[in-house]
Design a protein around this ligand. Structure first.
Ligand code: AVI
Length: 325
């Protein structure tokens, strides 16, 4: 692990997995009977840009609703978490949401964690300039693979901030494992502040992932561009289209890329056959009931604390304290 001092209050640790892991994971996913790619591969520079554009779409209620909750309840949230914490944000992206809490929370150190190196560095530099009193230690790593943070000081009362309903992009069993890793990391006396999207009318959900401007479609297709660049592949982007729908029995939005014809694609030297209409499953986005999510968190070693929701019951920000024994 390499740690660089970037500014008086800004350090950066790079624990990013090597590109060989990316190629191996892509090829293994495409060999499955239902071809599958991990949604974590969406976030190259263009993917990050497109995701930020999604967050501002009228149909994508998640971001503005969570921002509304954090803005309205910042003081109450800060009282619940307490000041002087080591605040670790998973999938920090542009660090837009943490800004809503920083003044009230006054953490001892803020640790933004993200897989997108350049985006993380740029966001951390801007944050350091805007909050000169804040100690920042940015970490580039794939938290879905390895939850260790070797650089993390051995302090009590760490709080992990995991907004944006990113937990919904994990299978429920993986989500429970990830929460278990988080519980271990924040032992003893720490906690988790997590944002998750609630179950609701299927039409609202479907519109959020099929926006009229087609930005989500571009975001989905960009995954193929990214694989072409990083895994020596030859996907023709105009021969695939975006398909997203709410799978009600599973309680999740599914995103797929569907082949427009019978075709072959070469990825890292291996040829993959596609039938006309065959899909690559690129993302699940699970939606939870509050009780359903609490039960998942309890199984992972947390005790439910306060939660804050919007008036329309679209989204929930929930605090969980790690169980003591
Ligand atoms: C990052 N994640 C929570 C988003 C979601 O809603 O599942 C990713 C996304 N995919 C399409 N639109 C947004």
């Amino acid at each position: 692990m390499q740690t660089e001092l970037i500014g008086p209050h800004l350090r950066f640790s790079d624990l990013k997995p090597p590109p060989a892991d990316f190629r191996r994971e892509v090829v293994e996913g495409l060999r499955l009977p239902q071809k599958t790619l991990s949604p974590k591969f969406f976030y190259d520079a263009e993917g990050c840009r497109l995701f930020e554009a999604i967050c501002d779409l009228p149909e994508y209620y998640l971001t503005r609703t969570e921002i509304g909750i954090l803005t309205e309840h910042a003081d109450d949230i800060a009282r619940t978490l307490g000041q002087d914490r080591t605040l670790i944000e998973l999938g920090s992206g542009n660090s837009r949401k943490v800004r809503l809490l920083l003044e009230a929370l006054r953490p001892a150190v803020y640790i933004p964690v993200d897989i997108a190196r350049e985006h993380l560095l740029a966001a951390s530099r801007t944050l350091a300039a805007d909050y000169p009193w804040l100690d920042i230690h940015a970490a580039c790593l794939d938290y879905s693979e390895r939850f260790e943070m070797p650089f993390l000081p051995d302090v009590q009362r760490k709080v992990i901030f995991f907004p944006g309903s990113s937990i919904g992009n994990f299978e429920p069993a993986e989500a429970e494992n990830l929460l278990r890793g988080i519980a271990q990391c924040v032992q003893p006396n720490g906690g988790l502040l997590i944002g998750f999207d609630l179950k609701k009318d299927a039409n609202i959900l479907q519109a959020a992932y099929n926006d009229s401007a087609g930005v989500t479609a571009q975001f989905n297709l960009n995954l193929l561009r990214c694989i072409n660049a990083k895994a020596a592949a030859n996907f023709a982007l105009d021969l695939f289209h975006h398909h997203a729908f709410y799978n009600e029995p599973q309680g999740r939005i599914e995103m797929h890329l569907c082949s427009e014809s019978c075709q072959q694609v070469v990825v890292a030297g291996e040829t993959f056959d596609f039938l006309d209409g065959e899909s690559i499953h690129t993302e699940n986005s699970y939606k939870y009931g509050i009780e359903e999510f609490r039960s998942l968190a309890r199984n992972a070693g947390f005790e439910p604390g306060h939660c804050w929701c919007d008036r329309d019951g679209l989204f929930c920000v929930h605090y969980f304290a790690v169980s003591s024994g």
